[in-house]
Ligand binder design. Structure first.
Ligand code: ZN
Length: 308
């Protein structure tokens, strides 16, 4: 039994439309699902990814309109690494991000930037085995398109000490220096702990809420049992419609999720039209007229293009 690398990473935004404009508009990801937070249906849950919304490509946001800015601290993810095909792609993104008002910094084979709410990203050349997971965007040539999520870094005390809950229970490989690799059959993801800053973190706009690793559907309950048997905290199985989830609080404080690979985002929408209409889970469908009235409208650029 092995985890299949990353599934998705979930953040908080104060402004859903500005979020869509940046991730679908500037970064060229596909806006694959517009739904609500299943546990709090008056808040949006937006999903972005490659053309199919494949596990390993997915970034998601809960919207809390007007939320104060967050700040990463101990036990929180502070940087997300996205893959690009080549060093020439870093040049392309340096120019494109600057044109759109971001302030990218080039540094030894990486390009660092922040999203409009201060969330830190690193573009890295993805040359160690992940098959590309691309979206199509008229202004982003395929040879430079983002190829999926390569890794994430969190703050921790004891950052350089091997975390056995990761290696012995979840199957990560420790590479030393606080760095880990989780290798699945097709994809892998890099994970690392850095020394925590001398201040408390705060959840809020531009902060990461949790990270989800991918499980084969048939292994999901066995992962739940395995974490429980190891003395870890693990939740019951939650049906998220597009996947099933369990949540784990790893010992350094980061909220981990293990999500199934299927059924995926085409379960309730035509693959040609992902993310164009508000989709609600069955248990919240009766709230539709109220939610459509109260949620601020969010326009998917692809749907807008067809209307034009
Ligand atoms: Zn999640």
């Amino acid at each position: 039994m092995q985890l299949e690398g990353l599934h998705h990473i979930t953040m908080i935004t104060a402004d859903a439309q500005a979020n869509v404009d940046f991730y679908a508009g500037v970064l060229g990801l596909r806006f694959v699902k517009k739904t609500v937070n299943f546990d709090q249906p008056d808040a949006y849950h937006l999903y972005f990814g490659d053309e199919q919304g494949a596990p390993g490509s997915i970034l998601t946001w809960f919207e809390f309109p007007g939320a104060a800015k967050g700040r990463p601290g101990i036990g929180m993810i502070h940087t997300i690494q996205l893959g690009v095909p080549s060093a020439a792609s870093l040049d392309f993104w340096e120019g494109r991000l600057r044109e759109h008002g971001a302030e990218p910094h080039r540094d030894e084979g990486t390009l660092r930037f922040e999203d409009p709410e201060g969330l830190a990203f690193e573009l890295v050349v993805a040359d160690d085995g992940n098959p590309p997971l691309r979206a199509e965007h008229p202004e982003v040539p395929a040879e430079h398109a983002i190829t999926g999520i390569e890794g994430a870094r969190a703050y921790s005390a004891y950052d350089g000490v091997e975390e056995k809950a990761l290696t012995d229970v979840l199957g990560f490989t420790y590479e030393g220096g606080g760095r880990y690799r989780l290798q699945g059959r097709e994809r892998h993801v890099h994970w690392a702990y850095d020394p925590a800053p001398p201040h408390h973190g705060r959840q809020g706009a531009g902060s990461v809420h949790h990270i989800a690793f991918a499980s084969q559907d048939e292994d999901h309950l066995r992962w739940q049992a395995r974490v429980g048997d190891a003395g870890g905290y693990v939740t019951g199985v939650q049906d998220r419609d597009y996947f099933r989830s369990i949540y784990i609080r790893e010992p350094r404080g980061v909220l981990f999720e293990i999500a199934t690979m299927s059924p995926g985002f085409a379960v309730d929408e035509d693959p040609e039209h992902l993310g164009e209409q508000l989709r609600l889970p069955r248990q919240h469908e009766h709230l539709r007229s109220q939610l459509e009235r109260e949620l601020r409208p969010v326009v998917n650029p692809r749907a807008a293009k067809e209307l034009a």
